[in-house]
Structures are given as C-alpha cells and as structure tokens.
Design a protein around this ligand. Structure first.
Ligand SMILES: Cc1cc2nc3c(=O)[nH]c(=O)nc-3n(C[C@H](O)[C@H](O)[C@H](O)COP(=O)(O)OP(=O)(O)OC[C@H]3O[C@@H](n4cnc5c(N)ncnc54)[C@H](O)[C@@H]3O)c2cc1C
Length: 103
C-alpha cells in the first residue's frame, strides 16, 4: 500500500475508514478454515469469523522458468516483474535498456 499512487491510496484509505473497516497490521494469516480465518498478531492467535475470504496477498516472481531460460539461452536479459514485482515504469525501462544493450 505504501507504494501505491496517492490518487489511488488516499480515496481508498478514506473509504476504509468511512465504512468502519478494521485494519489489522502486523498480523499474519495462519490458516483459512471453512468458517473464517485463523490469524496471529501482536496479541496472539485468534479466529475471525467469515463466510467469504478475499485473498490479495501480492505476488512473487516465479524464478524457475527464468533460470531455465537463462541457462539455456545465455546471455538473456531479464526484465520486469520476473526480476522483482514492481510497476509498469520499471518493466518498460528494463526493456528499453535491454534492447539498447544489443549491438
Ligand atoms: C492488479 C494489478 C494492478 C496494477 N496496477 C498498476 C498500476 O496502476 N501502475 C503500474 O505502474 N503498475 C501496475 N501494476 C503492475 C504492472 O502491471 C506490472 O509491473 C507490469 O505489467 C510488469 O510488466 P512485465 O512485462 O514484467 O509483466 P506482465 O505485464 O505480467 O507481462 C508478462 C507476460 O508474459 C506472459 N507469459 C507468462 N508466462 C509465459 C510463458 N510461459 N510463455 C509466454 N508468455 C508468458 C503473460 O501472459 C504476460 O502477458 C499492476 C499489477 C496488477 C496485478
């Protein structure tokens, strides 16, 4: 959330506040169970009752395929989210410099 554009972030934070959404920071989901979610936070473990769970955990690069390609076709330039999940600007910049380095 800290990296989000202010134009997206601020209205979202206001809507969460205005709708009374409880925000639990420093809290980790341990398990999703049929009637809720088991979480562990600063005050220990507890169960949040829920009939629907929406998961938005973010993403991680899947390096396996990239490593296979790099091994098979050296030198391969690796750019964009498969190096580090980021934003369009980083992917476009990475692509530009990779293309520029081809002589
Ligand atoms: C919900 C969401 C909202 C976002 N909002 C923003 C935003 O507002 N501003 C911003 O700057 N960034 C945003 N991003 C991040 C941005 O979309 C990414 O950083 C950017 O698209 C990365 O570009 P990329 O080319 O590395 O990867 P991608 O755009 O993901 O392109 C990778 C492509 O490779 C294809 N592919 C994967 N595996 C294979 C395979 N085995 N064979 C062939 N093709 C394959 C995929 O189908 C895909 O088309 C958002 C991302 C998400 C998920």
């Amino acid at each position: 959330m800290a990296a989000a554009l202010l134009d997206n972030r601020n209205p979202l934070l206001f809507r969460l506040r205005d709708n009374g959404v409880k925000q639990m920071t420093s809290t980790k989901i341990k398990e999703i169970v049929p009637d809720g979610v088991i979480v562990e936070g600063p005050e220990g473990e507890c169960k949040l009752e829920a009939d629907t769970v929406i998961a938005a955990f973010g993403m991680k690069p899947n390096g396996g395929l990239v490593e296979d390609i790099c091994r098979k076709y050296p030198p391969t330039a690796v750019v964009g989210d498969c190096t580090k999940v980021a934003q369009v600007g980083e992917a476009v910049r990475g692509g530009f410099f990779a293309a520029w380095s081809i002589h």
